[in-house]
Design a protein. Structure first.
Length: 193
């Protein structure tokens, strides 16, 4: 099988259809703590895994270069950054173990759920050079943050200062882990997902 010719050097990227969804990636079972709270020790279970990938058609581009251009476009890369040093540009990167750095403690009693949320970036691109005829087009996907959160099943999920996507992820975690009749699982928006 013949490989694609290499794309021209010093071309320019055009990014479009940029999407930045936040997705639930791991969630724990409910863990009940008594008066005074304590440390949460229950394991989180992965429910979705992010991917870092590039698919393209046309003259071949190094995937790391494509992802670095996307990082620059969304403001994730700064002047002087090196694509080789950025996790965002690692094709095939997989998320770490959601239980590797568990140090979550709570002050009060209740039934708690711990979860991870991944901030994904995906977009379509076109790469062209001024004096070359070949055009490369494709799609790139990576992620910027693999954060975490915690809530109590007996309390409504959501705070006014949270953004809509992060709130939707917390509500999805509540729907998956808490009793269906709990306040967290019945929080407005949990049936929307």
């Amino acid at each position: 099988m013949a490989s694609s010719p290499k794309a021209c050097a010093h071309g320019s990227y055009e990014w479009f259809n940029v999407q930045r969804p936040v997705r639930l990636s791991a969630v724990s079972d409910v863990e009940t703590l008594g008066k005074g709270g304590g440390r949460l020790n229950g394991l989180k279970h992965r429910v979705w895994s992010p991917k870092t990938s590039v698919s393209s058609h046309g003259p071949a581009l190094p995937p790391r270069d494509v992802l670095f251009s996307l990082a620059e476009f969304i403001g994730e890369a700064q002047d002087g950054d090196d694509a080789a040093d950025m996790a965002f540009t690692e094709v095939g990167r997989t998320p770490g173990d959601p239980n590797s750095t568990r140090t979550t403690s709570v002050d009060g009693a209740g039934s708690f759920v711990d979860y991870n949320a991944t901030h994904v970036v995906e977009a379509d691109f076109r790469y062209t050079c001024r004096h070359a005829t070949g055009v490369t087009s494709g799609h790139a996907t990576s992620w910027t943050v693999d954060g975490s959160g915690i809530f109590e099943c007996g309390t409504r999920v959501g705070f006014p200062e949270e953004n809509r996507d992060d709130l939707a992820v917390a509500r999805e975690a509540a729907r998956l882990s808490c009793d269906p009749n709990s306040k967290a699982a019945r929080s407005p928006g949990t049936a929307d997902r």
